[in-house]
Design a protein around this ligand. Structure first.
Ligand code: FBP
Length: 694
C-alpha cells in the first residue's frame, strides 16, 4: 500500500512558491507600477510659456461675472515652448514650491497618475519642492489632515486605479467659513498652489477657491475627473477643448468586459435576459460607450427618452381638435412598453434571451419621475430651512414621510410654503412601490444631487416590463418562434401532414420562424384549434409532438440583474487613461509655474492620435451656469449630456437594430476584452470620441 507523506505546514509556508503566489503584489501590479506613460512633446522643452487663445470664446453667465470677478476674464491658454535660456523662466520653474492636492467626489481610474505626473515635474525642477495630499477629500483640507507625498508613495500607485493613496470624499466647500478654513490650511502649509481633482461640482469649488485665494497669491487649478464623462468642454463655436473627463474610458471598458461576458452567457445558456445598469448619475455617456463596446441587444439612452414624442397620440388628439401635452416626453409605462416590444420581437425569432443596458440616471429623463425629484428636492431642502431641522430626522420612516406629504396635498401643515405638492402628485406617488418611494425621498448628496446609485432603477423598470409581458402572454402576443427545421424534425414520423398542421397552429406557416397563433394560449385552446381543423377528435389528447411544440413556443421571462459602477471606478486605468492622466498632472505643474489660477488643466485633441495631444488651461468660471440645486439656483459647471445630434449617437441609432438582432440572423455581439495598459493599444480610446471626431 502506498503511504502518502505530507509536507509540514512550516515547510509549505516557507516555500518560495508559496511566498510568490500569495504575495499582495503580483506580477501585473509590478508591471503596472513600472510602466512609464508617454509624454506630450512640449514637456521635453526646458521651459514653457502660456499663450492666451482669445479666439476660443464662451458666453459667460452674469452671476459668474458678479461672483468670480478675479478669474472670469481668464482666457483659454495653450502651453508653448519657452526660452530655454530665460532667467525669469528658470526662476519661475525652479523655485522651491509647496503644492497641495485633493481628490473630490467619486473615484476615477487615473487619479494617481495625475499626482504622479505633477510630482515628477515638480521634483524635476526642484527636488526641494514639496507636495501634500489632503486626506479623505475636501474634508482633509478643511481639517488640515494631510500626508506629504513622497517618491515611495507615488511609486506604489503609478498606473493603479481608485483614489486609495489619499482617498476621497464629497464634502462641499460652500460657505465663507469653509473657504476661510481651506485658506488657513493652505497658508499653514505655505502652499503656492492647490490642485482640485474632481467632477463638475468639485471644479466649481475650485473656481470659488481660486477667487477667494486670489489676493493671497495661492493658485488653484482644477482637473476634470469623473467616470460619468459629463465634463466635456466646447467653445461657443463648438470647438472641442476637452472631449472627455479622465476615468470614463476605463470605467466603460471595465463595464463592457463584464457586459460582453454576459452576452456570451446569454447566447450560450439561452434562457436569461441580463439587465445591466451602468453608472452615470445623469448623463448616459457610459451607457452609450458600453453599447458600442459590446453591441448589447438594447441600450437605453436617457437623453433620447426626454426627447421622445408619441406621434400616434398627437395625431389622435388632432383628430379630436385637441392637443395632448402628455404625448411629449417619456413615461415609465411607455418605457416599459418599448422594452417589451424588443423582447417580444427577439422571442419571435427564437431568441428569448439577451442583454439590456440601462443607464443609472435614466429616471431623470422620465417625465413623471423628474417632476417628483424636483418637487421633493425642493420640499426637503425648504423643510430643513424653515424648521431648522433635518427632514429625515423629523420623519425617520417612510410612513411618516408619506403622512407629511399627504397633509401637504390636503392643504394642511406647511401647505402655504409648499403649494407645489398637490393631490394628483400624492396619488401618483402612492401608486409607486414603497422601495421606490424611499429611493425618491432619499437624502440628496452634499451638492444637492439626487443619489441615483441608491435607487433600484432596474427593478422599477423591469417589474413593469414583467407585468406587461404577462399581459402580452395572455393575449398570445409574446411567443417564441419555432425554427422551421426544428418543427419539421419534431413532426417527422407522426403521421401528421406538417403543412396542414402548420396552417392550423401557426400564424405565419411559410416563414423561417413559426409563431403560434395568438388565439392559442394554452393546451386547451390548442386542442380546440386541432379539433376545429378536424386534426383530432374531442376525445383525443393533444398528441405529444404537438404539445412539445406548444411548450417550446411558450416563453418564460427570466432575468438576472447586474449593477456596474463601483467596480469600474476602482479598475486600474487603461493605456489611454494612464497617458491622459499623467500628462494632465504635468500640465497642472506648467500652469502653476506660469502663474495660472482658476483654470482647469485639460488635453485638447484627445480624440486624435497621441502626437496631436495638446496641453491647455480652460477658464473654469466661464463654464459656469445657474442650476437648480436643493431647490435653489446655484452657480455650477454645466454637465454635458449625450448630444442627440452627435455622430456617435446618430451612428448608434443607425446600428442598434442590427444589434437588437430581432431577425433570424446571428447576434452581433462584440468582445472588447480586458482593460489593458501595454501593448499596441494606441487605437484603444473611447469609441464615442473616435466617432465624434469624424
Ligand atoms: P463623480 O461625479 O463624483 O465623479 O461621481 C460619479 C459617480 O460614480 C456616479 O456615476 C454615481 O451616481 C455616483 O458617483 C455614486 O456616488 P457614491 O460613491 O456617493 O455612491
Amino acid at each position: 500500500m502506498e503511504i502518502k507523506t505530507y509536507r509540514s505546514l512550516e515547510f509549505l509556508l516557507n516555500h518560495a512558491k508559496t511566498g510568490h503566489v500569495t504575495s499582495d503584489v503580483n506580477t501585473e501590479t509590478i508591471e503596472r507600477r513600472s510602466f512609464s506613460p508617454k509624454k506630450i512633446k512640449i514637456f521635453s522643452s526646458r521651459y514653457t510659456n502660456l499663450e492666451n487663445l482669445p479666439e476660443h470664446k464662451f458666453t459667460s453667465d452674469k452671476e459668474a461675472q458678479k461672483l468670480l470677478p478675479g478669474i472670469i476674464n481668464n482666457f483659454v491658454q495653450r502651453l508653448v515652448p519657452g526660452d530655454g535660456k530665460s532667467r525669469s523662466a528658470q526662476r519661475a520653474f525652479s523655485m522651491q514650491r509647496n503644492i497641495g492636492v485633493v481628490f473630490s467626489g467619486g473615484p476615477a481610474p487615473g487619479g494617481h497618475n495625475v499626482i504622479a505626473g505633477l510630482y515628477d515635474e515638480l521634483k524635476k525642477y526642484n527636488p526641494e519642492s514639496k507636495m501634500f495630499g489632503f486626506l479623505l477629500g475636501p474634508e482633509g483640507l478643511l481639517k488640515s489632515k494631510y500626508v506629504e507625498i513622497t517618491k515611495s508613495l507615488v511609486d506604489a500607485y503609478r498606473n493603479m486605479g481608485g483614489f486609495s493613496m489619499i482617498r476621497t470624499g464629497r464634502t462641499k466647500i460652500d460657505s465663507k467659513n469653509k473657504m476661510e478654513l481651506s485658506l488657513k490650511t493652505c497658508m499653514e502649509l505655505e502652499l503656492d498652489a492647490l490642485v482640485v481633482i474632481g467632477g463638475d461640482d468639485s471644479n466649481t469649488n475650485a473656481a470659488f477657491l481660486a477667487q477667494h485665494f486670489k489676493s493671497t497669491g495661492i493658485k488653484v487649478i482644477g482637473v476634470p475627473k469623473t467616470i460619468d464623462g459629463d465634463i466635456q468642454v466646447k467653445t461657443d463655436n463648438k470647438e472641442t477643448l476637452c472631449a472627455i473627463s479622465f476615468g470614463y474610458h476605463t470605467a466603460a471598458r471595465a463595464f463592457s468586459q463584464s457586459i460582453s461576458n454576459l452576452t456570451t452567457d446569454a447566447s450560450s445558456n439561452v434562457k436569461y435576459w441580463h439587465i445591466c445598469k451602468v453608472m452615470g448619475r445623469v448623463a448616459s455617456h457610459l451607457a452609450l460607450e458600453c453599447a458600442f463596446q459590446t453591441h448589447a441587444n438594447l441600450s437605453l439612452i436617457g437623453e433620447e427618452l426626454a426627447d421622445y414624442t408619441d406621434h400616434q397620440r398627437i395625431e389622435r388628439a388632432r383628430e379630436n381638435g385637441t392637443i395632448d401635452y402628455t404625448a411629449y416626453g417619456m413615461t415609465l409605462r411607455h418605457l416599459s412598453r418599448l422594452i417589451c416590444d424588443t423582447i417580444v420581437k427577439r422571442a419571435s425569432k427564437g431568441k428569448n434571451f439577451g442583454v439590456i443596458i440601462i443607464p443609472e440616471g435614466i429616471l431623470e429623463f422620465v417625465n413623471e419621475i423628474q417632476v417628483f425629484i424636483i418637487k421633493l428636492s425642493k420640499i426637503i431642502s425648504e423643510y430643513n430651512h424653515i424648521h431648522d431641522n433635518d427632514f429625515h430626522t423629523s420623519f425617520p420612516v417612510l410612513n411618516n414621510k408619506l403622512e407629511y406629504l399627504k397633509r401637504l396635498a390636503r392643504g394642511l401643515g406647511d401647505k402655504d410654503k409648499f403649494p407645489i405638492w398637490n393631490l394628483r402628485d400624492d396619488d401618483l406617488f402612492n401608486q409607486l412601490p414603497s422601495f421606490f418611494q424611499e429611493g425618491l425621498l432619499l437624502e440628496r448628496d452634499t451638492h444637492g444631487n439626487f443619489q441615483f446609485s441608491q435607487v433600484k432603477t432596474e427593478k422599477i423598470i423591469m417589474d413593469m416590463v414583467k407585468e406587461y409581458l404577462g399581459i402580452l402572454k395572455e393575449q398570445g402576443k409574446y411567443k417564441i418562434g419555432i425554427k422551421r427545421s426544428d418543427y419539421n424534425s419534431i413532426m417527422e414520423n407522426t403521421g401528421f401532414i406538417p403543412g396542414k398542421l402548420a396552417k392550423t397552429i401557426f400564424k405565419n406557416p411559410d416563414d423561417k420562424y413559426l409563431i403560434i397563433k395568438e388565439s392559442i394560449i394554452s393546451l386547451k385552446t390548442l386542442k380546440q384549434a386541432l379539433i376545429n381543423s378536424n386534426l383530432i377528435s374531442p376525445d383525443d389528447k393533444v398528441p405529444e409532438p404537438i404539445a412539445l411544440i406548444f411548450k417550446k413556443s411558450d416563453p418564460e421571462f427570466k432575468t438576472q440583474t447586474h449593477f456596474y459602477g463601483y467596480d469600474g471606478r476602482g479598475s486600474d486605468p487603461t493605456h489611454f487613461d494612464c497617458n491622459y492622466t499623467y500628462n494632465l498632472g504635468m500640465t497642472v505643474f506648467h500652469l502653476i509655474a506660469n502663474g495660472a489660477t482658476g483654470q482647469m488643466a485639460a488635453i485638447k485633441n484627445l480624440e486624435k492620435k497621441f502626437d496631436k495631444w495638446e496641453p491647455i488651461g480652460i477658464p473654469i468660471a466661464k463654464l459656469m451656469r445657474l442650476e437648480e440645486r436643493k431647490g435653489k439656483l446655484t452657480l455650477v459647471i454645466e454637465k454635458s449630456l449625450v448630444d442627440l445630434n452627435s455622430n456617435a449617437f446618430r451612428i448608434f441609432k443607425a446600428l442598434r437594430n442590427e444589434w437588437l438582432a430581432a431577425e433570424s440572423k446571428k447576434d452581433r455581439y462584440r468582445r472588447p476584452g480586458p482593460v489593458r495598459f501595454t501593448g499596441n493599444t494606441e487605437e484603444d480610446r473611447p469609441i464615442t470620441l473616435t466617432l465624434n471626431s469624424i
